[in-house]
Write a protein that binds this ligand. Structure first.
Ligand code: GLA
Length: 385
């Protein structure tokens, strides 16, 4: 049975009514990491793995939340919304309801069943998918009339306030705005975006999941954000016209930060170079030069590992291993870091060989097999029934 049918049956069985069902996908990011909260560019795509919510209003002024994954039922009065440390999975749903309330919308009682096939804690933004599915569904059932971009911003704020991660806008944007067979080149300052067709003929996008859960990384993520802000202030002291690291040049980073703070210097060098790299990578794609694009993915990994320091031994190992195979034309850690997946561009006919070799060597070294996912750029958030 597919997930849509399964979640519908669960809802009807439990609540005896017909829900609407919203699907919101996880995301990958081809290049442009830790650039979104620096007003930079990113190149994500929604994927063919998603979160599904079945939702209908109820007359009780209570949210009744049912999770397939956690075999859990939680009741939350809509008049009293706060983050929960006992049931963290509910934060992504309740946090969204809270954001609607903060914007002055009346949130009535509702029933919600959630399920999905986005691996949790693997860096595929399952949390953004939950937030976006919830935001979209509540916008539908309570007819708030918000546009997609507003839902994206609201979902991002829910993550800030109820999950405690000061994330950028990339994950929620990709989940909502995904398009089949396309990447999204998003300017995180203007929020202008263009869809870039990705022609992967002969290649596959393969993720190797280190199985290192990155959920403990939120504080380190927030620290990186603060380091960027601190670097920006050092530049602004001399160049007040620089509004974000997006505007900064490498020369300014060297001049203003290097003499003051070596760590902040490394972080900012990475960000400035990465923003530039996304532009060049997009040009590669438009020229159908996947080989050059892949080289930039390797460069991004090096920067994330050595300068931004958000990789870990497991992710570095996965990237190093695939370098033995000329058929792997690009690889890097993906997302916030400290665990999760690497993303790999692999020639189709060697996917099995590479996967077997990497699985074996990883297992030998870390005593656990990496999970392997093939992903394809897919459509964004939508109502299914
Ligand atoms: C996480 C955040 C995003 C982005 C990436 C790193 O996924 O949620 O906003 O900052 O890390 O690129």
């Amino acid at each position: 049975m597919d997930l849509t049918q399964h979640i519908r049956n669960t809802f009807i069985h439990r609540f005896g009514a017909e829900p609407i069902i919203v699907r919101s996908p996880g995301r990958i990011n081809l290049i442009g990491e830790h650039t979104d909260y620096n007003d930079g560019l990113v190149l994500p795509a929604a994927i063919d793995k998603a979160v599904y919510v079945a939702v209908k209003e109820n007359p009780h002024n209570v949210m009744r939340l049912v999770s397939d994954e956690y075999k859990d039922v939680v009741e939350v009065p809509v008049a009293n919304l706060a983050p929960s440390s006992a049931k963290p999975w509910t934060n992504y749903i309740v946090g969204v309801a809270d954001q609607f309330q903060k914007r002055g919308f009346k949130v009535g009682g509702f029933d919600l069943v959630i399920a999905g096939d986005v691996p949790l804690g693997a860096g595929l933004s399952s949390s953004a998918a939950v937030e976006c599915a919830t935001a979209y569904a509540l916008n539908e059932i309570f007819a708030y009339g918000l546009e997609r971009l507003e839902l994206v911003k609201l979902a991002q704020l829910a993550e800030h306030e109820f999950a405690g991660v000061k994330c950028g806008i990339m994950d929620q944007f990709a989940s909502v705005f995904g398009k089949n067979d396309h990447l999204i080149k998003l300017d995180c300052r203007s929020l202008e975006y263009t869809y870039i067709p990705i022609d992967l003929t002969g290649y596959k996008l393969i993720l190797f999941d280190s199985c290192v859960k990155h959920s403990l990384a939120s504080s380190a993520y927030n620290t990186r954000r603060e380091e960027c802000e601190s670097g920006l202030r050092m530049i602004q002291y001399y160049y007040p016209e620089v509004k974000s690291l997006r505007d900064a040049t490498l020369e300014q980073v060297v001049e203003c930060i290097k003499p003051v703070d070596q760590t902040v210097y490394k972080r900012c060098v990475y960000v400035v170079m990465e923003i530039n790299r996304v532009e060049l990578a997009c040009e590669d794609l438009l020229r159908h030069d996947l080989a050059s694009f892949g080289q930039r993915m390797f460069q991004t990994h090096a920067g994330l590992s050595c300068e931004y320091e958000v990789s870990c031994a497991e992710l570095d190992f996965l990237v190093d291993q695939v370098k033995h195979f000329p058929s792997v034309i690009g690889a890097r850690m993906m997302g916030g870091g400290f665990g999760g997946c690497t993303i790999n561009l692999i020639a189709e006919d060697s996917v099995n060989q590479v996967t077997e070799a990497v699985t074996q060597s990883y297992q030998q070294k870390f005593a656990v097999a990496p999970r392997v996912y093939e992903v394809a750029p897919s459509a964004g958030t939508a109502v299914l029934v």
